[in-house]
Design a protein around this ligand. Structure first.
Ligand code: TGC
Ligand code: FAD
Length: 393
């Protein structure tokens, strides 16, 4: 990729709403992405390789558990800081943001929120430094949008349980040291437990052939009579609200993250439109291109405001799952539309790795599906405003 000349749009002077600490954190991550991610990410995505060497750097910028208390190795930051970190990482690449989202919101969050003190002490500090990488196993071959239909289960066997089943589409799985797994107990209740690499009967085959999130490693989790000590089960939490509680946190981070991808596409398209000449003038002078660019910056500004307000509500513990669904759905769709329009502004160059557009666009095709599809989030809003459940079942 050519030199990273990114300049973030801030049309409504939203920096005024951020504290000095927020801006410092945001700028630190922005510089790290420019230095460490932009120069290499296109090559890794083209080769469908996971840039494992960036894990310690991600830990260094505080991307693993930013809002987890310091005593457990986290950075003890607020929710707006978390959002800004996700935004800047996804400006680099959605796959890298996935790695950070999963580690923070889907592995550290449940261990911190649902785990015993011994589980917190054992896992959180190593996850925060990146010494251990985690993954989150909810989705199964026959249970995607409907995770309550999962088949993975365990049976009591004295001081341990015997776990059987499989999970698919699991981010980080091929490299993960531990997996937070959701499975049904003998009473049919969904419970969470930590499965460690090396436990007999536990394997993590990699998923190949993805056109999207190529710089993120995705795989399956296969459990064949795995003996898991009972001390690895989260003591209190029972039911679907356990995993869905983690998704609230991850979906919130994604709402911010995709603004980063959208800003990168807009910034690249704006610069290209000013520099590229056709018919004797910059294409930025044509009304059709201006319409695209003006709509992009308008949509980015609306998404930024939505996230900032959601962050304030989250800091005050007042953000509802339905508000988070609205932001995830709106912002991912916004970013995807901007990536598609930016691709057109770049003409033929837009399909090459010279520019980040096509990579962002393909990545966002996963982001619009994972953590609840575009349709599912609409149905969550629909149910909330009408009181009618349109999910079926
Ligand atoms: P339903 O009957 O509505 O609810 C069951 C229980 O859960 C509670 N609940 C929630 N709790 C916390 N947060 C939420 N967002 C919650 N939504 C529901 C609910 O109150 C109830 O509690 P209780 O005490 O009464 O038992 O459940 P349902 O079976 O009808 O399903 C509802 C539905 C469809 C909205 C939900 O299952 C859903 O969100 N489906 C989408 C699945 C999904 O998002 N999967 C994501 C997998 S992880 C992933 O994609 C990671 S990608 C990571 C990356 O790389 O970044
Ligand atoms: P399905 O649920 O089969 O949906 C197919 C289509 O039907 C969708 O368009 C959906 O909107 C629609 N649909 C489904 N139900 C309804 C309904 N009631 N009404 C109307 N339309 C409906 N999962 C994890 O647990 N951990 C991970 O780390 C993880 N990482 C992922 C990484 C990638 C790259 C991808 C692609 C997925 C990942 N997922 C992960 C899985 C992801 O959460 C699921 O793909 C997602 O929840 C959708 O499930 P599905 O693919 O089975 O689609």
């Amino acid at each position: 990729m050519a030199t990273d000349r990114f300049q973030a749009p801030d049309y409504y002077l939203l920096d005024d709403l951020l504290s000095e600490e927020h801006k410092l954190i945001r700028n630190t991550v922005r510089e790290w992405v420019k230095k460490e991610v932009s120069p290499i990410i296109e090559d890794y995505a083209q080769r469908a390789a996971f840039p494992k060497h960036l894990i310690s750097g991600l830990a260094g910028i505080g991307a693993f558990g930013p809002y987890i208390p310091v005593e457990y190795g986290g950075a003890g930051l607020d929710q707006i800081s978390y959002g800004l970190i996700m935004q800047e990482i996804e400006r680099g690449d959605s796959g890298l943001r996935s790695t950070a989202s999963v580690q923070s919101s889907l592995v550290m969050y449940p261990i911190y929120t649902y785990g015993s003190e011994a589980q917190r002490k054992k896992y959180l500090p190593k996850l925060a430094t990146g010494e251990w990488l985690g993954c989150f196993g909810l989705t199964e071959p026959d249970a995607g949008s409907n995770p309550g239909g999962m088949l993975t289960n365990y049976k009591d066997a004295g001081d341990h349980v015997i776990l059987n089943g499989s999970k698919m589409w699991i981010s980080n799985a091929p490299f993960a040291d531990i997996a937070v797994v959701w499975a049904k107990d003998e009473a049919g209740d969904i419970r969470g437990l930590v499965v460690e690499r090396g436990m007999e009967g536990f394997t993590t085959p990699e998923t190949h052939g993805k056109w999207s999130l190529r710089a993120s490693a995705t795989g399956e989790l296969v459990f064949d009579n795995v003996k898991v000590p009972k001390e690895n089960i989260f003591p209190e939490i029972k039911g679907l609200k356990g995993p869905l509680g983690c998704l609230n946190s991850a979906r919130y981070g994604i709402s911010w993250g995709v603004i980063g991808a959208a800003m990168d596409c807009y910034d690249s398209a704006l610069r290209y439109a000013k520099e590229r000449k056709q018919f004797g003038r910059p294409i930025a002078g044509f009304q059709l291109q201006q319409k695209k660019l003006a709509e992009m910056v308008t949509e980015i500004t609306k998404a930024q405001l939505l996230c900032w307000r959601l962050g304030v509500l989250k800091n005050e513990h007042r953000a509802t799952p339905q508000q988070i669904s609205m932001a995830k759905r709106n912002n991912v769709n916004m970013a995807l539309e901007i990536a598609r329009e930016a691709r057109q502004i770049h003409g033929g160059m837009g399909i090459t790795g010279e520019y980040p557009i096509m990579r962002h666009m393909m990545n966002l095709e996963s982001v619009v599906t994972y953590e609840g599809t575009h349709d599912i989030h609409l149905l969550i809003t629909g149910m909330h405003i009408t009181g009618e459940n349109a999910f079926g079942g």
